[in-house]
Design a protein around this ligand. Sequence first.
Ligand SMILES: NC(=O)c1ccc[n+]([C@@H]2O[C@H](COP(=O)([O-])OP(=O)(O)OC[C@H]3O[C@@H](n4cnc5c(N)ncnc54)[C@H](OP(=O)(O)O)[C@@H]3O)[C@@H](O)[C@H]2O)c1
Length: 371
Amino acid sequence: MNNGQQPNKIKVGVLGATGAVGQRFVQMLQGHPWFEISALCASERSVGKRYVDACKWNLRGDMPARLRDVILEEAVPGMDCQIFFSALPSDAAREKEQELAAGGHIVCSNASAHRYDEDIPLLIPEVNPEHLGLIEIQQRQRGWKGYITTNPNCSTTHLVSALHPLHVAFGIRKIFVVTMQAVSGAGYPGVSSMDILDNIVPYIGKEEEKMEKREPQKLLGRFDGNKVQMADFVVSAHCNRVPVRNGHLEAVSIEFDRKPTLAEIREVWMNYKPLAQQLGLPSAPQPALIYQEEQDRPQPRLDRLAGSVPGMATVIGRLREDPLFHAKFLVLGHNTIRGAAGGSLLNAELLVAQGYLGAKAATLANLAQLA
Ligand SMILES: NC(=O)c1ccc[n+]([C@@H]2O[C@H](COP(=O)([O-])OP(=O)(O)OC[C@H]3O[C@@H](n4cnc5c(N)ncnc54)[C@H](OP(=O)(O)O)[C@@H]3O)[C@@H](O)[C@H]2O)c1
């Protein structure tokens, strides 16, 4: 692709660059202190076309001028990208991400294809950075020069972000969650307007299975040096599509091993300063969790961009006693920012800062941040 790139930045490619999440990657990577886009990739329908012609830009603000004339490519090993950010549909992601990792690239994926593989980290930098230890095992077992990391699905990301410090402090036994998920979570063009206007669709394919059986248990599981021992709690999830453009709202009830007071729960959230925030990663919101006092918040339209890095924080509110469980509250988070592209981006920043791209990248990143 065209040049004008900065020599010290880490070159990255975006897979699925024309889609809802791919566009978020493109937007979030503009002006990033460590990363610079060197390739945009999409399906065979779009390969060979200019980005501006193949992509119906759906985000606020213009498509970045530097990228309008870039020709979309097929992603192949050996391209000039140390990292590929993947916004591919899951079926397309399975083979492609493996092929790229085998060829020496680092793949930071949004797709569910590899989230549940035992040797592939499912990561939220604030929650389970120690799961990066799986990378060495993955490379050894598969004989890959590169590797894959994944981030969870958009509703799990915000649920687990709010739960993590509570699980550490009090132990979680049961979770009951009802999601109200935005239409952008279904990609573009996604749900038909005739289906969603004046309506709620009480079903999202495979979403409840991901939240109930797979993702929270792996994220909050313990890495024992060889594998992740799944966390031992039960989740019941009801997932609904609602006529909101961006931002998933979730009503959560929890039972703990030891029942805390509401004040103790609040204190744990207020004092939460995990590794990503301590390291000052560029996309890490400060703080990671925002508690809203107003009794009618958080709301998607008002609060999905709250915090120091818009769309990256998890917003919590309405903590109260639960007559069936121990406590209940609301969680809100942006689905295509922290729930998708921003989650992968923060994973990549953690990889750099922890030396998983080599000492040179880590040093350059530190210098760029200090500049
Ligand atoms: N939307 C969200 O809030 C969200 C949140 C978390 C995770 N995710 C996950 O992120 C991924 C992308 O979701 P999305 O909502 O952005 O979907 P989307 O809007 O439908 O975009 C899909 C993208 O993948 C490309 N693509 C499709 N088939 C391909 C193939 N066989 N080979 C190469 N490229 C192909 C498309 O290119 P063309 O334009 O050429 O067709 C397009 O760029 C999915 O795995 C999804 O589950 C989404």
